[in-house]
Design a protein around this ligand. Sequence first.
Ligand code: BTN
Length: 245
Amino acid sequence: MNIIKLNAIDSTNSYLKELAQKSAVETFTVIVANHQNLGRGQLGTTWVSDDGKNLTFSVLINLCNFKIQDQFYLSMAVSLGLISALRRFISVSLKIKWPNDILAEKDKIAGILIENILRGASINYSIVGIGLNVNQEIFPSDIENVSSLKSISGVVFNKDELLLEILNSIKKYVRFIENGAFEDLKKMYLAELYKINIPTMFEDNKGVIFLGKIITVDVNGRLVVELENETTRKFDLKEIKFASR
Ligand code: BTN
């Protein structure tokens, strides 16, 4: 594994993407930064993290003949790898909030941003960016339901040790993709999914609040929700959120 440590850059995802455009970059090359000036989150959000306290890193993953339509399996593998590594460090209840946030109890401790670089109908390589709140205890007041490993456990964590454990664990779950074991991945992912099979209040992109139950995800990674009248509706990322608690 090739781990490149940097002090301050814009975004580890952007840096790794540019590096891979300029030169051949081996699979599982990792860029880890102490500080990002422009950390990026899902749906065009920013990812803020106190200098040096947390893990902000990106991994290039190059899978042979990986089809665009299978891209959600990488999201499953990465979130499963992350959650299972974290379980070796903390003992609170951890869940994956669709599509790939990691929750400790009800608070987000990690986010994942995957960017796929295409070649024809296949994914040439993926840039997997992970932000994990490790030793930060005070968060901006406008960010709700957020926590960190230190806030949960009171323990200061060694970030290098965590990083290695996470990378090895992600490798283990990526092997399921390499072996074509997509259904096994999906089964494991659904078993970790926050609120699966539990009646829950959601809000759609028109602001309508409704009761539903997550029953699965479809091949495109859309969330499949069963409504009160027993019909199902599928949602993309920007189309649904949990109604505020
Ligand atoms: C999310 O919105 O939950 C995804 C957050 C992903 C943040 C990480 S931090 C390292 C990598 N570089 C980025 O610019 N973003 C990802």
